[in-house]
Design a protein around this ligand. Sequence first.
Ligand code: 4H7
Length: 212
Amino acid sequence: MTIDVLTLFPEMIEQALSHSIPARAQKAGLVDIRAHQLRSWAIDRHGTVDDTPYGGGPGMVMRVDVAHAALSAIDHTHRAHRIMLSPDGDQLDQGLVKELSQKKKLILLCGRYEGFDARIEKYIDQKVSIGPYVLSGGELPALVIIDALTRLIPGVLGNQESLKDETFEDNLSDYPQFTRPEKYRGMTVPEVLLSGHHAEITKWRRSQRQEI
Ligand code: 4H7
């Protein structure tokens, strides 16, 4: 799977992806994630990517021609699934993550300022939101998607971690976990977990998982 991220802050993506699971997935060659500087598709020599809004009002709007040039250059055959991170997009949940993890090529378009010129909609396939709140850019949502998605690629997680993932399969939460010390400030570990009785432990854990 390849993921191309279009952003004014490619370092933000690269920095975050140098850690943990997405880094492991990249090193193993299971996913190829590239962050591109949108400014390199600017039409003028100043690297202008935004302009004032028609009709007036505060802030700057990202130009559709620049974003379109970037999308066309990266995905000339339009085989990729093109996503724009946007507060009014389809809300991300584990089901959507699973759907997106089946795609061979993904493009994540990250807006800044007051967002993109509305005509961008013609050149993207889907708008995705990570939740009902406003952020100053699409980079953090893009990273959230990449993290959630790379964990679903077969071979990315170790055996231990992937077994635990069945957890999400039926919309149930994880069961509560405990480790040493056995007693902490008067709080003890449920007796059953110390019993060594595996059937009972499994039963107890099942009983503890909650609908999410
Ligand atoms: C596209 C359009 C995603 C991207 C508008 C992005 C929240 C989410 C952005 C905007 C995002 C999410 C620009 C609208 C900045 C708000 C102050 C980037 N915010 N913005 N304005 N929930 N912001 O997934």
